[in-house]
Design a protein around this ligand. Sequence first.
Ligand code: ATP
Ligand code: MG
Length: 355
Amino acid sequence: MKNHVVIFEARGGSDKGKYGFRKDSKPIIDSLKKRGWTAEIVFYSDKDRGEIYRYTVEKADAYISRVNPGNLNSETGYFQMLRELVSNGVEGLPHPDAMIAYGAKNSVEKLKGTPIVPDDVYTYYDFDSLKDKFPSSLKKGVRVLKQNRGSTGEGIWRVEALNIDKIKGNLPLDTKLKLTEAKDNHTEEKTLQEFLEFCIQYLEGENGMLLDMPFLERIIEGEIRVLMLRDNVVNIVHKKPAETKDAFSATLFSGAKYRYDKPEQWPELVNSVEKSLPLIQSRLGNYDLPLIWTADFILDTDKKTGEDIYILGEINASCVGFTTFLELSENIADEVLALLDAESVVNPKWAAFKK
Ligand SMILES: Nc1ncnc2c1ncn2[C@@H]1O[C@H](COP(=O)(O)OP(=O)(O)OP(=O)(O)O)[C@@H](O)[C@H]1O
Ligand SMILES: [Mg+2]
């Protein structure tokens, strides 16, 4: 063992302190130091990729990835390097493919039919399937259409078809839509045709995709973010959208109010998450659960029993921050060490342990 961890960050973005690092990375380094380990932050760039790769393979037992892929020019080079590191014995926290599987918006669709995701959730990867299927899902009720890449509510649209009560059969392409974007809760009107064409931008390029899910009107009671350390619920953030007309966004920029709760204050939700973990893990590719990740839930009412249920809106696993509870760095360090310890006792990469 080298007793060293490399933390990857990207330059830029809004999550950095005055020295250009994430404010919640230094505490991880300090907590690892207390345990007799060392750690350092390395800024990833495509240009330095080879050097960073060689350095990390030589110096580190593990990397912790704290990069928002949105801050990179292209995520391909970064993910390739991580994959190479993992296959050369560096423990990936998380594995690049786990990061992709958990972080993509289609993770919600992959959990369709489980207690945390309803059946009428769809994904569209090309214009033809969007054009064929979205109008009929919209006819049944108000929808939320989510682009894969965006963050902070950009390209997340609440879509409501207007005056369609009397329409039999398919919605005509000139149906008027009321659109509200989660970025700032602004509304606009487009025809169905205009909106479908507007959405082409979200389908193009690397990882273009749209997730289509029912609009959950109880979002006004708040979105509930569950912060996870592997399989442990460690904190809850209750995010209440602004109390203005049309507001449904839980992003800070849009005026939502945040409250920080303890898991004990949300026993049913915690129970629902814990019960769902094996399913989440297997449906998302059977990777180890990410070190730090979040799952966002919105309340709904079970039509049969009238009980409250929690519906998954999205998962984040690539760059989860914890500046509001920095003491979490202690648990993170414990978790990293426990993991590497287990690896060194029974190293799955040794031939004798290969399945
Ligand atoms: N099905 C839904 N019903 C009602 N409101 C929703 C639904 N899905 C999302 N929202 C609202 O829209 C907001 C933005 O959606 P989402 O969190 O999926 O994307 P994002 O914020 O762009 O991604 P990220 O949180 O990674 O930045 C949520 O915070 C929530 O307030
Ligand atoms: Mg979100």
